[in-house]
Design a protein around this ligand. Structure first.
Ligand code: FRU
Length: 492
């Protein structure tokens, strides 16, 4: 039976905790027919506090079942971010020759003083599909006396060298370690000095291989790296990526060190990492990010719970004019919650036309292809009323896709919340396409099949339900448009 979450701003098809505070996605692993999603969780309040791992499972990445807290603080500290893997060959010896799940996470002491190094890596294992967890008696398994920020281990099996690899954040760099049994770790290399953005503490790395243009024989490694909020910079916390080679020990950036690549040009996609052990026949690299920003995460205007994840997205690499770029597309499973389709084809939109004036909604999806005409700007106004609107627009001359949340609703909780966020999107054959997801308090826009992504929170009031399709300064043509209401995925 479906239970609709009706609290103000509550997302209907995004993952959010039943109650209380959530931040980073953790321990994402696919095992025995289930996608596991763990997450940084404070069960005793709606702001950040002593961290636990919350837990949910899904068969389709869309409908989630909430499970009891998986990991709780212990004598080694609170439970910060980390990953989980399937130990298929029982390398750890935890599973009597069978397979099972191992979680690798940071044990963290609270500020300011700690006799021991403040952040240490530990492991836990589950012999019952993640339902119960045993912490390893030899914890912590990786300690460094010299590094203060030393956290967020992401582990994967590197088949070419037949070993486990851990990548973790170490201040302004990442470090890589290798292991045969997940219990003993050897230092392999360090990456980061002088590379990319250092506008905040480095956090939550991930490292995985992707095909370029769907070619099995042409692959590169992608390193995801989130950078924390630093008040000197406008954007708050955000996630960058590097493209390179990896030999089992060392990551080599193929770009010049000063190149900075962002995974998202909106403000609310942080600490994202990918699922481990997604079956080979599927082959997808799927990830979610935490849909918030440390700049204001603790003060967003929700009451009973705080924060949601992005929709699950598939990652790939694609060659564009100026090089290889990361592409993100919504997982196809989301199509199962589509309802009430509306289709428009071959239609010219003139200034002051609004084909969608009779449509209302706060949880919907739009798939659209525009052909540029005389208009210098066009797009959608969503979650609109007399007092509010969020604009998803395209600036033809600047070749920019933008998300304008300056009038999106409540932004009183933080000065930097109201704003316009944009990124370059180059038309192809005079066309651009957009894939848009709106879910009460968030907007995700994928431009040109996911070459450019903008993810932003919004906090419109309940009456802001109108939709507008607009063109300014001339016409634009809709080659095709599909609009769907999306069903709530909350279930008891
Ligand atoms: C990232 C982060 C991680 C840390 C966790 C603590 O958002 O700061 O580096 O493990 O959150 O909750």
């Amino acid at each position: 039976k479906q239970k609709y979450y009706t609290e103000r701003y509550r997302p209907q098809f995004h993952f959010s905790p039943e109650a209380n505070w959530m931040n980073d996605p953790n321990g994402m692993v696919y095992y025995d027919g289930e996608y596991h999603l763990f997450y940084q969780y404070h069960p005793n309040g709606t702001t950040w506090g002593p961290m636990h791992w919350g837990h949910a499972v899904s068969k389709d990445l869309v409908h989630w079942e909430h499970l009891p807290i998986a990991l709780k603080p212990d004598e080694n500290g609170t439970i910060f971010s980390g990953s989980a893997v399937v130990d298929w060959n029982d390398t750890s010896g935890f599973f009597n020759g069978k397979s099972g799940l191992v979680a690798i996470f940071t044990h963290a002491d609270l500020y300011p003083e700690s006799e021991r190094p403040r952040q240490r890596q530990s492991i836990a294992y589950s012999q019952d599909n993640g339902r119960t967890w045993m912490k390893y008696e030899g914890n912590p398994v990786l300690v460094d006396e010299t590094i203060t920020d030393f956290r967020d281990p992401k582990v994967f099996w590197h088949k070419e060298t037949n070993q486990w690899v851990m990548i973790l954040a170490s201040g302004q760099s990442v470090r890589l370690y290798t292991s045969e049994d997940l219990k003993t770790w050897d230092f392999a290399s360090e990456f980061g000095d002088g590379h990319g953005s250092h506008e905040g503490v480095w956090e939550c790395p991930d490292l995985f291989e992707l095909e370029i243009d769907g070619d099995q024989n042409n692959k590169k490694w992608v390193l995801f790296l989130s950078i924390g909020d630093d008040p000197t910079y406008e954007e708050g916390s955000r996630t960058q990526y590097f493209i390179g080679d990896f030999d089992g020990k060392t990551f080599t950036n193929i770009h010049s060190p000063e190149t900075i690549l962002w995974i998202d040009r909106g403000r609310d996609n942080y600490a994202g990492v990918s699922w481990s052990d997604v079956p080979n026949e599927d082959g997808r690299r799927i990830y979610v990010g935490w849909m918030s920003n440390w700049r204001y995460a603790n003060v967003t205007p929700t009451k009973e719970w705080r924060s949601a994840m992005t929709i699950p997205r598939v990652l790939s690499l694609k060659t564009l004019e100026d090089g290889v770029c990361l592409v993100q597309t919504p997982v196809k499973e989301l199509q199962t919650i589509r309802e009430n389709p509306i289709t428009i084809t071959n239609k010219t939109i003139r200034p002051n036309d609004n084909l969608l004036s009779d449509i209302k909604g706060n949880a919907f999806e739009i798939v659209v292809e525009f052909e540029l005409g005389g208009a210098d700007e066009f797009g959608f106004k969503v979650c609109k009323s007399d007092s509010a609107e969020t604009i998803i627009g395209y600036h033809v001359e600047q070749k920019k896709l933008f998300l304008d949340r300056t009038k999106s609703g409540d932004s009183s909780f933080n000065d930097s919340f109201a704003g316009i966020h944009d990124g370059e999107l180059v038309p192809k054959d005079n066309k651009i396409n957009l894939h848009i997801f709106v879910d009460w308090s968030s907007v995700e826009v994928f431009g040109n099949d996911g070459e450019l992504v903008l993810t932003d929170l919004i906090f419109p009031n309940e009456n802001s339900q109108d939709l507008e399709l607009y063109a300014k300064g001339g016409n634009v043509k809709i080659n095709s448009l599909e609009l769907y209401t999306l069903r709530s995925t909350w279930s008891k």
